[in-house]
Ligand binder design. Structure first.
Ligand SMILES: O=C(O)C1=C[C@@H](OP(=O)(O)O)[C@@H](O)[C@H](O)C1
Ligand SMILES: C=C(OP(=O)(O)O)C(=O)O
Length: 438
């Protein structure tokens, strides 16, 4: 364990550039590994989760090499040509690596064992086991459909049409990736839109992918299998989920003004910016452009008095990883913030509703935990008292970073029990935070 007390500090001033988007980084390595020829990636997130994906693709035959800071070269094996890994695939803390790679393995004639850390081993895999079983793959999973599990893929797999039961980009992507090496058309029906990086990138690599949107917003996504992917050059935009911590930090710390450069603002990811603006946060988009097929801008964030709001549950999928950071903003806002429809937060790296309720309460905030959300009564900008002892982060990087930010807006600081998990998604977080506060 690596504990740290995050002390009150500020104002935050300066310009930062957050590391590459985690979702896009995973996908660029996976698709690069399935294209024939060399894919070059710049701006790749070199966090532990993405490195787990890189190691797994190497174990299945691809050449994945670092050529410079954030610069990677991937020589793929071609769709259908993944090799049987010789040892269990260690997915560490990463749900995205696990579920997307299960999709890839499912339609190859190989068997793979998936293992992970204590957090990942508690997370539900039934949501991908179900559709991939329909496609013909077989599974030996631990109790409740959890890791460790053994997946026996099948070739040819059976194309399916699958309606998502949970709003999950990981489940959608697992089925689409399995569909890549499946004859015919594999379809995912998505009643609630989730992040669409897989769709964008599959198209970019030359897969035949079709999206129809029905009047009620349901998306019908079809991919033609036995695809041939062409290698690409990919520039990964900055991760809005990492930028989130600095947006909130700047908004709640008096006198702050921070420019966060190169932030990915794909509409399926940008919910937090909208919600913080509804709360009164001043966040200006400058230099809007496109990077790697994704909308990007620099965000100029200034300290702002925030007010509590009722967060529309419909926006949740577009900010699903940002709720821990939002709860911190709400704890410092004037009035009550209500959130609902957040059951999915209970099955992330930790139970993010229970863990954030306990953590913010320990820091002196007023929190009521409901079945599907938190109700937070803010201080109206007054610093929170801070924590007496160490706050339990349960191997969850986003809890650790959220509570680090809470420390800035506290009287006595907030102690986090373990900062190591931050390296799964944002290895330079502490350096950046210390730099802005200096
Ligand atoms: O597809 C992805 O890259 C991700 C999808 C989301 O998970 P779910 O699909 O479980 O909602 C998100 O929480 C995760 O951090 C990354
Ligand atoms: C939920 C997350 O990641 P994953 O599901 O890939 O572990 C996250 O990064 O917040």
């Amino acid at each position: 364990m690596r504990p740290r007390r995050f002390l009150p500090a500020g104002p935050l001033k300066g310009t930062i550039r957050v590391p590459g988007d985690k979702s896009i980084s995973h996908r660029s390595i996976m698709l690069g590994a399935l294209a024939v020829g060399e894919t070059r990636v710049t701006g790749l997130l070199e966090g532990e989760d993405v490195l787990a994906t890189a190691a797994a693709m190497r174990a299945m035959g691809a050449t994945v090499e670092r050529t410079g800071e954030g610069a990677w070269s991937v020589h793929g094996v071609g769709v259908g040509a993944l090799l049987q890994p010789q040892a269990p695939l260690d997915m560490g803390n990463s749900g995205t690596s696990t579920r997307l790679l299960m999709g890839l393995v499912a339609s190859h004639p190989i068997t793979a064992t998936f293992v992970g850390d204590a957090s990942l081993s508690k997370r539900p895999m039934g949501r991908v086991i179900e559709p991939l079983s329909q496609m013909g793959a077989s599974f030996e999973a631990s109790e409740g459909g959890r890791l460790p599990l053994i997946l026996k893929g099948i070739c040819p797999a059976v194309p399916i049409s699958y309606r998502l039961l949970v709003a999950s980009a990981q489940v959608k992507s697992a089925v689409l990736l399995a569909g890549l090496n499946t004859p015919g058309i594999t379809t995912v029906i998505e009643p609630v839109p989730t992040r669409d990086h897989s769709e964008r990138m599959l198209r970019g690599f030359g897969a035949e992918l079709n999206v129809e949107v029905e009047v009620d917003g349901t998306r019908i996504i079809s991919i033609r299998g036995e695809a041939e992917l062409k290698p690409q050059t990919i520039d990964v935009p900055g991760d809005p989920s990492s930028a989130a911590f600095f947006m909130v930090a700047a908004l709640i710390t008096p006198g702050s003004e921070v420019l966060i450069e190169n932030v990915g603002l794909n509409p399926t990811r940008a919910g937090l910016v909208e919600v913080l603006r509804q709360m009164g946060g001043q966040i200006d988009e400058v230099n809007a452009r496109e990077v790697g097929g994704e909308p990007v801008a620099d965000l100029l964030v200034k300290h702002s008095p925030l007010k509590g709001i009722e967060v529309d549950p419909a926006i949740a999928p577009s900010m699903i990883d940002e709720f821990p950071a939002l709860f911190v903003a709400a704890a410092l806002a004037d009035g009550v913030t209500t959130t609902s429809g957040l059951d999915e937060l209970r099955v992330k790296e930790s139970d993010r509703l229970a863990v954030m309720a306990a953590a913010l309460t320990a820091a002196g905030a007023r929190i009521e935990e409901r079945e599907d959300g938190l109700i937070i009564t803010g201080t109206g900008g007054e610093p929170l008292p801070g924590s007496a002892g160490a706050i339990a982060t349960h191997l969850d990087h986003r809890i650790a970073m959220s509570m680090a930010v809470t420390g800035l807006a506290s009287k006595n600081g907030v102690e986090v029990d373990d900062t190591r998990p931050i390296a799964t998604s944002f290895p330079v977080f502490e350096t950046m935070l210390d730099g802005l506060a200096a």
